[in-house]
Write a protein that binds this ligand. Structure first.
Ligand SMILES: *[C@@H]1O[C@H](CO)[C@@H](O)[C@H](O)[C@H]1NC(C)=O
Ligand SMILES: *[C@@H]1O[C@H](CO)[C@@H](O)[C@H](O)[C@H]1NC(C)=O
Ligand SMILES: *[C@@H]1O[C@H](CO)[C@@H](O)[C@H](O)[C@H]1NC(C)=O
Ligand SMILES: *[C@@H]1O[C@H](CO)[C@@H](O)[C@H](O)[C@H]1NC(C)=O
Ligand SMILES: *[C@@H]1O[C@H](CO)[C@@H](O)[C@H](O)[C@H]1NC(C)=O
Ligand SMILES: *[C@@H]1O[C@H](CO)[C@@H](O)[C@H](O)[C@H]1NC(C)=O
Ligand SMILES: *[C@@H]1O[C@H](CO)[C@@H](O)[C@H](O)[C@H]1NC(C)=O
Ligand SMILES: *[C@@H]1O[C@H](CO)[C@@H](O)[C@H](O)[C@H]1NC(C)=O
Ligand SMILES: *[C@@H]1O[C@H](CO)[C@@H](O)[C@H](O)[C@H]1NC(C)=O
Ligand SMILES: *[C@@H]1O[C@H](CO)[C@@H](O)[C@H](O)[C@H]1NC(C)=O
Ligand SMILES: *[C@@H]1O[C@H](CO)[C@@H](O)[C@H](O)[C@H]1NC(C)=O
Ligand SMILES: *[C@@H]1O[C@H](CO)[C@@H](O)[C@H](O)[C@H]1NC(C)=O
Length: 847
C-alpha cells in the first residue's frame, strides 16, 4: 500500500514533468543555409541539456537557457554535432566527460556564463580534436592580487585544430607551453579586458602563441598599461591588429608595429586608443605626429587604417600623410582628432595623399575642429571692446595662396565624409574622371566657400547630406540622377525663401527620402527637386508650418510624412481628401503630427471627425493633445470619442463669426473700442489667430516670437516679476529676452538681428541708464529696419521714470512710428482695464 502510493505520486510527478516538457521545453527543428539539421532550443528555460533530441542534429542552439552544469556524457548521443551554442546560460561547471562523443564538433560557443577557466578539468576538451572555433569569453573574472594569471594551457593544449580562440584577457597573462600545440591558431580575440592600471604585456607574453596568427584583437582595455616594443615579434603574418578602445596611447601603438615594415596588412584599428584619462608627461593626451613616430606605420602597405579619436593635434610636415604605399589604402579614417588644416602645406599634404591613394574607397575626415571663421577679439586695453579680424592682411595672404584647390577624387572612391569640420579654408573644387562616389556627407562643416562639385562627380551619388550648411550658399544647380536620400536639416532654407531664391535647384528623379527638418520653414515653394519623383519619406518636422504645405500634394508615393513639432492647427479638406486617396492607392501612409498646435474647436470639428474615420495611420496612435477654445489642453482621442459632448454649442458661436466678418471689414479703418470691449478677449484671440495668419501667409513672414524685449540690465527684475508673468503666463505670448533666450556661443549680433526679424513686435524699456546699454542702438536700428521693410511690427517704448533727455535720439527721430507708454515703476494699479497693462495687451494683440 505504502509502496503503491509512492509509485502513484511518482507517476503523477513524471507526468507533470513530461507535460511541462512537452509544452514549454520542446525544440524546433530546421535546417540552415548549409543544409544542416538544426535544433533551436534557445530561450526555452532549459535547466539541463535535453536528452531526447533527434540524434542526427548537426547544430544545437541552447543559448539563453538556465543550464548550470554540463554533466558527464550528457551530449554523448549527438555524435554528428558540428556546432554547439551554449552562450548565456548559467554554466559554472563542466564535468570531465561533458563533451564526450562530440568528435566532429567544429564550433563551440559558451560565452557569457560563469565558468572559472582555471577550474576546467584538464581533459575536458580532449574529445574535441576537430574543434576549430572556441568562444569562452565573458566568463568568470580572475583576479590575482600580485601574481600573474597563468592560463590553463594543459586544458587548451588538446585543441589541436583550433583556429579561432576568443577568451578574456586577464592581468599579467602567462600563456604556458601548452599553447605551443595550437599550431593552427589564426585568430586570437580577447573579449573582456581585465588589464589593470600600469599592468603590462611584455616581450614574452605571446612567446608560445602560434606564429601563424593572422588576427589579434586586444580591445576595450580601459586602463592604461605598458606594452613592450617586441610584443608582436612572434607574429610575422599578422594581417589584422585591432587595439580599438584600449587606452594604451598612440605612442605605444605605433611603436609595436616594427615587425611589419614593408609588409601587407589588411586592418590596423587604432580607434580611440588615447583617452583623456591618460594624460601625463610621458603620454600626453595631445599627440603631435612626428616623422619618428610614423616611421613604422608609414612603411606598411595597409588596406584599412583607422586613426580616429587618437588625440592627434598636429603633424610635422611629411609625417602623417607620408605613406610609402598610398595605393594600398581602401579605407582611411582619421576623424575626431583636433587636426588643423590651417596652412597651405598641411592642406596640400592631405590633397596629395588623396590623389595618390588611387584605390581608396572610403575616406572619413570628420569632426576636426581647426579654426573659427572671423573671430572677434577683445582689446587688451579696453576689454569691453571687440576687435574684428575683417580684411586683415594676414587673411588676405592666406586667401591668395589658397584660392583654388582642385581635388581629383580617386576613381574608386565611394564613401566620403567631411562632417563637422570647423573651417575648410579656400575654395575647393572636386573633379572626377570616372567617379564612383555614392555617399557624400559634408554636413555641419564651415566652408568659406561651398565646394564646387562637378556633375561628373555626383553621377553615381545615392546619399547626400548637406545639413547645417546654409542653403543660400548651396550648389547652384546640379543633376543627381541616382540620388535616393537627401538630408538638408538646419540649412536655413527660410533665408533662401526670404531672399526669394530657390533653395536647391536640380534634378533628382530617383529621390526617395528627403529630410528638411529644422529649417524654420513656414512655406515650401516649388522646387524642381520635387518634380516628377517618387518621394516616399518626407521629414518636415521642427519647422513652423501652420498647415500641410502644398508641395506635399505632388508626392503621390508618400509613405511617411513627418510633420511633428510644427504649428499645425488642423488639416484642411483638400488634404484630408488627398490623404484618403493616397491611402486607397497604396495602403500605406503614416503621418506624424506630434507636438503641433492642434485645435479642438467648432472650426475643426470636421477634421476631428475625419481623424476617427480615416485609414491613414498616425505615428503615436493619434495620441495627441489639442487646445480647446478655453485654452485648456485635452487628449484628442477623448475628444473624438465624444464630439457631441464637446461641441454641442457650435451653432451658438455662429454669431461670433458674423461679428468677426463685420469687424474685418472695418478693420483697416479703426476698431471701435466699445465693440472690442464688448466681445472681449475671446474675439481678440480669434482675430489674433485667423486674421493674422492670413496676412502672414501672404507676406511669407514667420514669427518665432510675439515680442522682442530690449532692455538694459537694471530692468531685469521688473521684466521678470511683472512683464513676463503677464505676457507669457496670462496672455500666452512668446517673448524673447536676450539674457534668457540667447544661446551661449551664438554670434550675438546675428542672433539678435534674426530674433528681431522673427518677432512681431519690439518693446524697448527705457530707463535713465538705457543709453549705457551696449546693444541698445543696434537693436533700435534693427527694429527700425524691420518696421520699414515689413510695416507690420509695432515698436512700443515703455518709459520708466525717464527724463525726456534720456530717450535715445534714434527713437526720437522716429517718434511718429513708435508708441510711447509712460510707466512709473512703482505705480499701483486699480484694475487691469484701466491700466497700462490693458493698453499694452491691446497693442500686442492687434495689428
Ligand atoms: C544515449 O542513448 C542510450 C541508448 O540509446 C541511452 O540509454 C542513454 O540514456 C542516452 N543518453 C543520453 C544522455 O541521452
Ligand atoms: C565524470 O567522469 C569522470 C571520468 O569518468 C569521473 O572521474 C568524474 O567523477 C565524473 N564526474 C561526475 C560528477 O560524475
Ligand atoms: C546560477 O547558478 C548559481 C550557482 O552556481 C545559482 O546560485 C543561481 O541561482 C543560478 N542562477 C539562475 C538564474 O539560475
Ligand atoms: C577559480 O579557480 C581557481 C582554482 O580553483 C581559484 O583559485 C580561483 O579563486 C577561482 N576564481 C574565482 C573567481 O572563483
Ligand atoms: C574565425 O575568425 C575569422 C576572423 O574573425 C572569421 O572570419 C571566421 O568566420 C571565424 N571562423 C568561424 C568558423 O567562425
Ligand atoms: C623587447 O624586445 C625589443 C625588440 O625585440 C627589445 O628592444 C627590448 O629591449 C625588449 N624589452 C624587454 C624588456 O625585453
Ligand atoms: C602586398 O600587396 C601588393 C598588392 O596590394 C602585392 O603586389 C604584393 O605582392 C604584396 N606583398 C606581399 C609581401 O604579400
Ligand atoms: C568607368 O568605370 C566603369 C565602371 O565603374 C568602367 O566600366 C569604365 O570603363 C570606366 N571608364 C573609364 C573611361 O575609365
Ligand atoms: C564650378 O566649376 C565649374 C567648372 O570648373 C565652373 O564652370 C563653375 O563656374 C564653378 N562654379 C562656381 C560656383 O565656382
Ligand atoms: C517612380 O516609381 C515607379 C514605380 O514605383 C517607376 O515606374 C517610375 O519610373 C519612377 N519614377 C521615376 C522618375 O523614377
Ligand atoms: C510649380 O510647379 C508646377 C509644375 O512643376 C508649375 O506648373 C507651377 O507653375 C509652379 N508654381 C509656381 C508658383 O512656381
Ligand atoms: C498618450 O500619451 C501620454 C503622454 O505622452 C501617455 O502618458 C499615455 O500613456 C499615452 N496613451 C496611449 C494610449 O498611448
Amino acid at each position: 500500500m505504502n509502496n503503491g502510493g509512492k509509485s502513484f505520486w511518482l507517476l503523477i510527478m513524471l507526468l507533470t514533468v513530461f507535460m511541462y516538457g512537452a509544452t514549454n521545453l520542446s525544440c524546433d527543428y530546421g535546417s540552415n543555409l548549409k543544409n544542416q539539421l538544426v535544433a533551436h532550443c534557445d530561450n526555452r528555460g532549459f535547466i539541463s541539456v535535453p536528452r531526447n533530441l533527434n540524434r542526427n542534429i548537426q547544430v544545437l542552439d541552447l543559448s539563453n537557457n538556465l543550464i548550470p552544469v554540463i554533466k558527464n556524457n550528457t551530449l554523448i548521443n549527438y555524435t554528428k554535432m558540428e556546432i554547439l551554442i551554449l552562450n548565456s546560460n548559467n554554466i559554472s561547471e563542466v564535468h570531465e566527460c561533458g563533451f564526450e562523443g562530440l568528435r566532429y564538433l567544429r564550433i563551440l560557443r559558451m560565452e557569457n556564463n560563469a565558468i572559472n577557466i582555471s577550474k576546467l578539468p584538464s581533459r575536458v576538451f580532449r574529445p574535441l580534436e576537430n574543434l576549430m572555433v572556441l568562444e569562452i569569453g565573458w566568463n568568470e573574472k580572475q583576479w590575482m592580487e600580485h601574481e600573474s594569471f597563468v592560463y590553463p594551457d594543459k586544458v587548451f593544449s588538446n585543441l589541436k585544430s583550433l583556429q579561432n580562440l576568443s577568451i578574456d584577457l586577464f592581468d599579467r597573462p602567462v600563456f604556458g607551453n601548452g599553447f605551443k600545440l595550437l599550431q593552427n591558431l589564426a585568430v586570437l580575440n580577447f573579449r573582456r579586458c581585465y588589464m589593470r592600471k600600469h599592468g603590462k604585456l611584455s616581450n614574452e607574453t605571446f612567446r608560445n602563441i602560434s606564429p601563424k596568427l593572422r588576427e589579434l584583437y586586444i580591445t576595450r582595455c580601459h586602463h592604461f598599461f605598458h606594452i613592450d616594443k617586441g610584443i608582436l615579434r612572434y607574429f610575422p603574418q599578422l594581417k589584422i591588429l585591432d587595439l580599438s578602445h584600449s587606452y594604451i596611447h598612440l605612442y605605444q601603438a605605433l611603436n609595436i608595429l616594427y615587425p611589419y615594415q614593408n609588409k601587407n596588412m589588411s586592418v590596423i584599428n587604432f580607434h580611440h586608443i588615447s583617452d583623456k584619462s591618460i594624460n601625463n608627461d610621458k603620454f600626453p593626451y595631445s599627440v603631435i605626429i612626428t616623422k619618428e613616430l610614423m616611421r613604422y606605420l608609414k612603411s606598411i602597405c595597409i588596406e584599412a587604417l583607422d586613426l580616429s579619436a587618437t588625440g592627434i593635434v598636429d603633424d610635422e610636415f611629411y609625417s602623417l600623410f607620408s605613406f610609402q604605399y598610398p595605393g594600398c589604402f581602401k579605407t582611411f579614417i582619421i576623424s575626431a582628432n583636433r587636426l588643423p588644416s590651417t596652412t597651405l602645406e598641411h592642406y596640400l599634404q592631405t590633397v596629395v595623399f588623396l590623389t595618390r591613394a588611387t584605390n581608396l574607397k572610403t575616406y572619413d575626415m570628420s569632426y576636426l575642429p581647426a579654426q573659427f571663421l572671423n573671430p572677434l577679439y577683445l582689446d587688451v586695453y579696453h576689454p569691453e571692446k571687440f576687435i574684428g579680424s575683417h580684411n586683415q592682411e594676414k587673411q588676405h595672404i592666406f586667401h591668395k595662396s589658397f584660392r583654388h584647390i582642385t581635388i581629383n577624387l580617386p576613381p574608386l572612391l565611394e564613401f566620403v565624409r567631411f562632417t563637422h569640420m570647423t573651417v575648410v579654408s579656400a575654395s575647393v573644387s572636386f573633379r572626377c574622371k570616372n567617379a564612383s562616389l555614392r555617399y557624400f556627407d559634408v554636413s555641419y562643416s564651415i566652408f568659406e566657400q561651398y565646394p564646387n562639385v562637378s556633375n561628373e562627380c555626383v553621377k553615381e551619388l545615392i546619399y547626400l547630406d548637406v545639413s547645417g550648411l546654409s542653403s543660400t550658399t548651396m550648389f547652384q544647380s546640379i543633376s543627381l540622377p541616382k540620388l535616393t536620400t537627401l538630408k538638408m536639416t538646419h540649412a536655413s532654407i527660410d533665408r533662401s525663401i526670404i531672399e526669394g531664391r530657390q533653395w536647391m535647384l536640380g534634378h533628382a528623379p530617383k529621390l526617395k527620402s528627403v529630410d528638411l527638418s529644422f529649417n524654420n520653414l513656414w512655406t515650401l515653394l516649388n522646387t524642381t527637386l520635387f518634380n516628377d519623383n517618387n518621394i516616399t519619406h518626407f521629414n518636415l518636422s521642427n519647422n513652423f508650418f501652420r498647415r500641410v504645405p502644398s508641395t506635399v500634394y505632388k508626392l503621390r508615393h508618400l509613405e511617411l510624412l513627418d510633420l511633428s513639432n510644427n504649428l499645425i492647427t488642423s488639416i484642411d479638406y483638400t488634404f484630408r481628401k488627398w490623404f484618403d486617396e493616397i491611402i486607397v492607392q497604396h495602403q500605406n501612409l503614416s503621418i506624424n503630427l506630434d507636438n503641433n498646435a492642434l485645435v479642438c474647436s467648432c472650426d475643426t470639428v470636421e477634421f476631428l471627425l475625419w481623424l476617427t474615420k480615416t485609414k491613414v495611420s498616425f505615428v503615436n496612435g493619434n495620441n495627441y493633445t489639442c487646445t480647446m477654445s478655453n485654452n485648456s489642453q485635452v487628449n484628442l482621442i477623448k475628444v473624438t470619442k465624444d464630439i457631441n459632448k464637446y461641441f454641442a454649442d457650435c451653432q451658438a458661436t455662429l454669431w461670433l463669426r458674423i461679428g468677426i466678418i463685420l469687424i474685418s471689414c472695418t478693420f483697416g479703418v479703426s476698431i471701435p473700442f466699445s465693440i472690442l470691449y464688448y466681445y472681449r478677449w475671446k474675439l481678440i484671440l480669434f482675430l489674433f489667430r485667423t486674421f493674422r495668419r492670413a496676412v502672414e501667409r501672404d507676406l511669407y513672414v514667420n514669427y518665432e516670437y510675439d515680442v522682442y524685449i530690449s532692455y538694459e540690465e537694471r530692468s531685469i527684475s521688473w521684466i521678470k516679476n511683472h512683464l513676463l508673468p503677464k505676457a507669457e503666463k496670462e496672455w500666452g505670448l512668446k517673448t524673447f529676452v536676450h539674457d534668457r533666450d540667447l544661446l551661449p556661443g551664438e554670434l550675438t549680433s546675428d542672433s539678435k538681428a534674426l530674433s528681431i526679424h522673427q518677432s512681431r513686435h519690439v518693446i524697448f524699456i527705457i530707463t535713465e541708464r538705457f543709453c549705457e546699454y551696449q546693444w541698445g542702438s543696434f537693436e533700435i536700428e534693427r527694429a527700425k529696419y524691420e518696421k520699414y521693410t515689413q510695416n507690420l511690427m509695432k515698436i512700443i517704448v515703455i518709459l520708466q521714470n525717464v527724463h525726456v533727455n534720456d530717450i535715445p535720439e534714434q527713437l526720437v527721430d522716429i517718434s511718429n512710428d513708435v508708441i510711447f507708454i509712460k510707466w512709473d515703476e512703482h505705480e499701483t494699479e486699480i484694475s487691469e482695464n484701466q491700466t497700462r497693462w490693458f493698453k499694452l495687451k491691446t497693442l500686442l494683440f492687434l495689428n
